[in-house]
Design a protein around this ligand. Structure first.
Ligand code: NAD
Length: 255
């Protein structure tokens, strides 16, 4: 008798990745390149269901099994629900890419404590909320990889982006410390620190500001979401010994 696998419950042989912020920008580029690299995907975004589904359709066309879900990663309870749902569709996550993030432009003195908390919860605490749920599953599976999206501002600091810089600096320390904690367990932890990437996050720049920024970057242009995605896939394929690194991708801007 031939067993017909139920697509809702079958365990795929492809590795599974859980990726946040997949509705647009860097996240949707990562989703597509992971799909092309042989991953099945659990894709998350806060809103923009339609864009998330567009991204999922492209990934399915590349051969991936894809599950989508809207969730706010700044909320620890919502992250727990995400993993309950993940478990219904996949076995352990082979890869977690915590990409979702927001920026906040403005003077620190004009920020409210609520603005600050929201920034830290979205860009930093979410890495903790997601990792604490992914790690036991990876330990059970015997391996796993965690990749966080940081920023060059995490080590350099940016005027008018103090909270963002603090959150991304936290991501860098979180990455290094967690890499040490998990190295004995065959779980690799790395981060990518992009410079200026051409996504909606930089849509606030007018033409003159954009030209000024391009002049500052030795490569003479902003990076593309696809270039970040290539690096994520390379990190996902890196040897187990490669852990605790913050990889800068800035066209020479961070030098
Ligand atoms: P973007 O604004 O284009 O997309 C952000 C994504 O994150 C969206 O899918 C959004 O739904 C999701 N998101 C935001 N808040 C969320 C929340 N609370 N819960 C769930 N999802 C949420 O941004 P991007 O440029 O693609 O940036 C992706 C990552 O790269 C971010 O962590 C960002 O800080 C980092 N980064 C970007 C740049 C850049 O120049 N674009 C530079 C350095 C680092």
């Amino acid at each position: 008798m031939t067993e017909i696998p139920n697509p809702n419950t079958s365990v795929s042989r492809r590795p599974a990745a859980l990726l946040t912020g997949a509705s647009r920008g860097i996240g949707s580029a990562i989703a597509l390149q992971l799909a092309q690299s042989g991953y099945d995907l659990f894709l998350l975004a806060r809103k923009e269901q339609e864009k998330l589904e567009d991204c999922a359709a492209l990934c399915r066309a590349a051969g991936a099994r894809v599950v989508t879900r809207l969730a706010d990663v700044s909320d620890s309870a919502a992250c727990a629900e995400v993993f309950t749902d993940f478990d219904r569709h996949f076995s352990a996550p082979n890869l977690l890419v915590a990409n979702a993030g927001i920026s906040h432009l403005g003077l620190l003195q004009d920020m409210t404590p609520d603005d600050w908390d929201h920034m830290i919860r979205t860009d930093l605490s979410s890495c903790f909320y997601l990792s604490r749920l992914a790690i036991p599953r990876m330990l059970h599976a015997g391996s796993g990889k965690l990749i966080f999206l940081s920023s060059v501002w995490g080590s350099r600091g940016a005027s008018c982006e103090v909270a963002y810089s603090a959150a991304k600096g936290g991501v860098n320390s979180f990455t290094r410390a967690l890499a040490k904690e998990l190295a004995p367990s065959n779980i690799q932890v790395n981060a990518i620190a992009p410079g200026a990437i051409d996504t909606d996050m930089n849509a606030c720049l007018d033409a003159e500001e954009r030209r000024a920024l391009e002049d500052e970057i030795p490569a003479g242009r902003l990076g593309t979401a696809e270039e970040v995605a290539v690096l994520v896939c390379q990190l996902a394929a890196a040897p187990a010994y490669f852990t605790g690194n913050i990889l800068t991708l800035s066209g020479g801007w961070a030098l």
